[in-house]
Design a protein around this ligand. Structure first.
Ligand code: 5GP
Ligand code: SF4
Ligand code: MG
Length: 465
């Protein structure tokens, strides 16, 4: 998901709409904005579909006035997969000291246990979302202020959370102690901005100030500016390495590093680790593009657009059902036949999950007369599900959970298939010595099976590590 908030500008919700539009790649199912105006109080709109279709008309935006607003774009990982408006964030709660709204990115790994406990003690849940636990935990806290209630609530929550929240007068940002999901602070005029990624600061002309640190809470008010707190026990950080591989936008900066440059360097690593003779290097657009550029630069094999993407389709993987996803590949990608015919082609993609994309593309490209097809994948085999906010399927559906690399190659029926090594990925992500196996610098559980936070709800349901 994508989260964004602004304080201290007039018509903050317009900025939030733009910010969410720049974060649309993080979630396309639905979006919502909550705002506060000193005279009119809180208001909110939550809708299915794209930000550009829901939050651009003057009629709509006029109903969201005020100097303070937050927003969320949703991609369902927890909660129901069916489109239910009550699962769309931000969530709102009324407390004795006033209202508060929260927008959450990540996934709470003990949400089922918390929900059961909260319901037994009288909480009335409105949604099926794990994020709603935070509001109910806040309601049960005995603290006087809303930020303090949030601290109490988040200390009971396990897993991955970046949160943007608001009260009548404050904008609040928090990252979980491991800092699994991103969150950055920006400045726009006299106001302040919180955003999942820096690309959404650019769109409103905000200046990047710094990242919110893992385990940090910032409480921002228009008059007092930014106050920083550290409510959690410090732990070694475990930022999601898959943000570098796929999830973030290539024009964002994470940890001082350009996401584009990291992806390009993954391609360089791949070309060194798994060279092959061929005529063309082609990306599977758009997610494979920077790595394909790096592969071409390192190998000297010309880069070409062998597959053309229809720009009017969303990200296939994020479409919630298998059937739509299956169709999606053909609706979205087509082979550039004139270029491919008779050529030995290296195809570069960011990841293989179920193998749906790769299999369809291989069929399309052989059908177009390619002489050879070599897959190079810019992440290690995805053999484990993510429980921290990226929607990977159950373990059984992951190709790499049951097959070796050679079995996957046969299954996809391609001339060769190679994945970047975990060390190669770490080198590309700015760790020259690769992965420290004793205490990895990132979360890489979907590749390694080493989960930095025990997924306790899933273990209770029978998931085996
Ligand atoms: P597959 O077709 O193998 O099931 O999925 C791999 C494709 O899905 C890749 O092209 C990748 O760009 C795309 N993708 C989109 N969202 C995700 C995601 O959340 N996780 C992973 N691993 N791949 C994703
Ligand atoms: Fe990221 Fe993978 Fe860890 Fe999930 S399991 S947080 S996708 S690295
Ligand atoms: Mg892709």
């Amino acid at each position: 998901c994508g989260i964004f908030g602004v304080i201290g500008v007039s018509d903050a919700s317009n900025f939030v709409a733009l910010g969410l539009h720049a974060l649309q790649h993080r979630g396309q199912e639905a979006g919502g904005i909550v705002c506060h105006h000193p005279e009119f109080g809180f208001n909110s709109i939550r809708s299915f579909g794209y930000v550009r279709d829901n939050f651009t008309s003057a009629d709509v935006m006029e109903t969201l006035p005020g100097p303070l607003a937050i927003g969320h774009v949703r991609y369902s990982t927890a909660g129901s997969k069916a489109a239910v408006i009550r699962d769309v964030q931000p969530f709102f709660g009324e407390f004795s000291m006033g209202g508060a709204a929260i927008a959450h990115n990540g996934n709470i790994t003990n949400a089922l246990a918390l929900r059961r406990e909260l319901i037994e003690r009288g909480s009335i849940f409105q949604s099926s979302s794990d994020s709603e636990c935070i509001i109910h935990l806040m309601a049960r806290s005995l603290q006087k202020g809303i930020p303090e209630r949030m601290e109490d609530a988040l200390r009971r929550v396990e897993g991955a959370f970046s949160v943007v929240a608001m009260t009548r007068t404050k904008l609040i940002g928090v990252r979980d102690p491991l800092g699994v999901r991103p969150l950055v602070l920006g400045k726009v005029g006299d106001g302040w901005v919180l955003s999942s990624e820096t690309c959404a600061l650019d769109i409103i002309g905000a200046e990047f100030v710094r990242e919110i640190e893992p385990g940090e809470m910032v409480v921002i008010s228009a008059d007092k500016g930014v106050e920083s707190r550290h409510p959690f026990r410090p732990q070694p950080s475990k930022f999601c390495i898959f943000e570098h591989v796929y999830f973030s936008r290539p024009d964002s900066i994470i940890g001082g590093q350009s996401v584009y440059e990291t992806r390009r360097r993954i391609g360089v690593e791949l070309a060194r680790e798994a060279p092959v003779e061929a005529d063309l290097v082609c990306p599977v657009p758009d997610s494979g593009t920077p790595a394909a550029i790096g592969f071409s630069q390192e190998s000297g094999i010309p880069y070409a657009m062998g597959i053309i993407r229809n720009q009017y389709m969303g990200r296939t993987f994020i479409e919630p059902t298998e059937q739509i996803r299956n169709m999606g590949v053909r609706l979205k990608l087509n082979v550039n036949r004139a270029l491919i015919k008779g050529k030995r082609v290296i195809l570069v993609d960011d990841s293989v999950v179920r193998g749906t994309t790769s299999r369809k593309i291989k069929e399309m490209i052989l059908d177009a007369g390619a002489a050879e097809v070599h897959f190079r994948i810019a992440s290690p085999p995805t053999a484990w599900p993510c429980f921290y906010g990226v929607d990977t399927p159950q373990r059984e559906k992951l190709l790499a959970a049951t097959m070796s690399e050679e079995e996957m190659r046969q299954h996809l029926n391609v001339d060769s298939l190679r994945f970047v090594s975990l060390d190669g990925l770490y080198r590309a992500a700015g760790e020259p010595d690769g992965r420290k196996n004793s205490c990895p610098q990132y979360c890489d559980a979907c590749f390694s099976g080493e989960y930095p936070v025990e997924p306790s709800d899933m273990i209770a349901k029978g998931f085996e590590l």
